[in-house]
Design a protein around this ligand. Structure first.
Ligand code: GLU
Length: 550
């Protein structure tokens, strides 16, 4: 229980406030969780972490989980240590509890204070699940058949995995079945090439950044005789030639898989040799592209064409699962730092460039339409994968083999569209004033209370233009605070005649509403001696009683 606590210790030395807070937090946490006998149930503690989206296999909780496991070993030596979910009613006293959690206290405190990017993880999970189920009914599309290894996948496979930038995890469906990255490797190798700062500009000497408007494997170059962008085959082959060319091919491959493994935070990553061999066998088009590019002097000097093509096929044949690929997407969402390990894999400029190109060119010939409808960076591959990035919020991997006419996963596309219908994730969704869409980074209660404060404050100040704005945004103008006070109560009590008129005539608010003490807006106007306002309210009440006199 030493090493990570030293880190906290280090922080403690820097600030006695931090020391006080951590100690106090541990005490308070114990008070909240402990039973009348002064003990904390380990299962209950774990379920609180899970509630916020953390898994107990999270590498950032490793020390804490090992500490509890050791306590369990001491107390119940016969238990099955492979069953990590087994805690058999284990509970611990205060001292043991504090010792067990201290190594990972910062993450634990964030989790229990609800301080993650998606504060209401359970609600978010439910929405994701709803969309997942809707898309399951989509039976459109055909599984890729150009190589047998892809053709053999069942069209029924459908998985969705989400990993937030804080490492909150959720998965639904077939999320542990391996599949090859295929074209989803393209943005990753492009990002890797730029992990060396000197290469950020250099790479674009050889490849452009424009959507091609052509098929992903078409034999064509831009007006400068460069492939249009790194997301199509020609561009990705060029990028492969720029990736660690000083290394021998085996070392180059090793280096690349190590980088990928950092992106997955050590989760599933493999290589499918059968896919590789088949890719190489059926690669006439990619060979043609490479020769055409060599003829046009597209490659850096000294490039060994066959070696580069082999490398490109190998990159397409690297396997992931939905689970591990969601961490890859989350690393991109998190500016190049893997959320599950905190390791910096890429510099943020490389990630920004990668996301820009995914946004404009990542979805084959559907890229423009996708950018319009979904407005998020994404890359799809012929295995039925979509890597979807919600920058600064989360990474998502969608996997379902049947493809549409452009080569994108049918269920994957539907999922993306439904996701942005529910949440304000589209790049051009207005973050402040989106009426219908939800912002999962905010607590709903905060949003509601902010609305109440805004409207009541507008009424208090008689600020009709503010009230008009809230009305146009679709806010409920009858909304009341915890005392049952509405904008009309406040405007009436303050004698804000114009505001009262606007609320009655434009917003049609309820004139008879009562606050918790039983006062109506009219009674407020009379109590605070605003006869003009009282007149307005009386006439509105009369109109309500006799609408035909209108
Ligand atoms: N291995 C495929 C190729 O290079 C990748 C296809 C894809 O996912 O777009 O043709």
């Amino acid at each position: 229980m030493k090493n990570a606590s030293n880190v906290i210790q280090g922080e403690k030395e820097e600030s006695s406030d931090a020391e006080w807070n951590i100690d106090q937090f541990e005490d308070r946490l114990f008070e909240i969780l402990s039973d009348p006998n002064g003990r904390v149930s380990v299962a209950k503690f774990k379920s609180m972490l899970a509630f916020s989206g953390l898994r107990d296999t999270d590498p950032r909780l490793k020390e804490c989980m090992t500490n509890f496991e050791n306590v369990l070993q001491l107390n119940q030596p016969d238990h099955d240590s492979k069953n990590t979910d087994y805690y058999g009613g284990l509970s611990v006293d205060k001292k043991t509890f504090k010792e067990c959690i201290q190594d990972n206290i910062i993450l634990i405190s964030k989790s229990l204070k609800n301080d993650f990017i998606i504060p209401e993880w359970q609600n978010f999970k439910q929405e994701i699940d709803k969309i997942y189920r809707n898309c399951r009914n989509n039976t459109n599309g055909n599984v890729a058949s150009y190589i047998p290894q892809l053709a053999r996948y069942s069209p029924d496979f459908w998985g969705v995995s989400v990993c937030s930038v804080d490492g909150q995890r959720y998965s639904s469906g077939d999320t542990n079945v391996p599949f090859s990255l295929q074209s989803c490797s393209k943005p990753l190798t492009y990002c890797m090439v730029q992990s060396n700062d000197d290469n950020i500009e250099r790479v674009h000497k050889y490849v452009g950044h424009e959507p091609s408007g052509r098929s992903f494997n078409e034999i064509s170059l831009d007006y400068q005789k460069k492939p249009h962008n790194p997301m199509i085959n020609s561009g990705a082959i060029i990028v492969s030639s720029l990736l660690k060319p000083e290394l021998a091919l085996p070392d180059r491959f090793d280096w690349t898989t190590k980088m990928l493994s950092k992106m997955t935070g050590g989760e599933y990553l493999s290589f499918n040799n059968a896919v590789f061999l088949s890719e190489r066998e059926t690669a006439d088009r990619n060979f043609a592209l490479a020769y055409y590019m060599r003829e046009n002097k597209c490659f850096p000097e000294g490039t060994k064409l066959h070696e580069v093509l082999d490398f490109y096929f190998q990159l397409c044949s690297i396997e992931v699962t939905c689970e591990s690929a969601s961490v890859i997407a989350a690393t991109l969402a998190n500016g190049g730092i893997c959320p599950m390990t905190g390791e910096k894999v890429f510099n943020s400029a490389a990630v920004r460039n990668t996301l820009s190109l995914m946004h404009s060119c990542g979805m084959y010939d559907y890229s423009g339409e996708f950018a319009f409808r979904v407005g998020l960076p994404a890359k799809s591959g012929v295995s039925g994968t979509v890597l979807l990035v919600v920058p600064n919020i989360m990474g998502i991997c969608l996997w379902s083999p049947p493809l549409d006419m452009w080569g994108n996963s049918c269920r994957g596309i539907q999922f993306c569209q439904e996701l942005v219908n529910v949440y304000n994730f589209h790049n051009y969704d207005n973050l402040k004033h989106t009426e219908k869409k939800m912002d999962p980074t905010r607590l709903r209660i905060d949003t509601l209370s902010q609305d109440v404060v805004n409207i009541l404050f507008g009424a208090f100040n008689g600020d009709v233009s503010a009230l008009r704005r809230y009305y146009l945004l679709g806010l409920d103008m009858n909304i009341a605070d915890y005392d049952g006070r509405t904008a009309l109560h406040v405007a009436a009590a303050e004698g804000q005649e114009q505001a009262v008129r606007f609320l009655l005539e434009m917003c049609n608010v309820n004139v008879n509403t009562k606050d918790r003490w039983g006062f109506t807006p009219l009674e407020e106007a009379e109590r605070f001696e605003h006869p003009e306002v009282a007149k307005l309210l009386i006439s509105s009440m009369k109109k309500m009683e006799h609408p035909e006199t209108d």
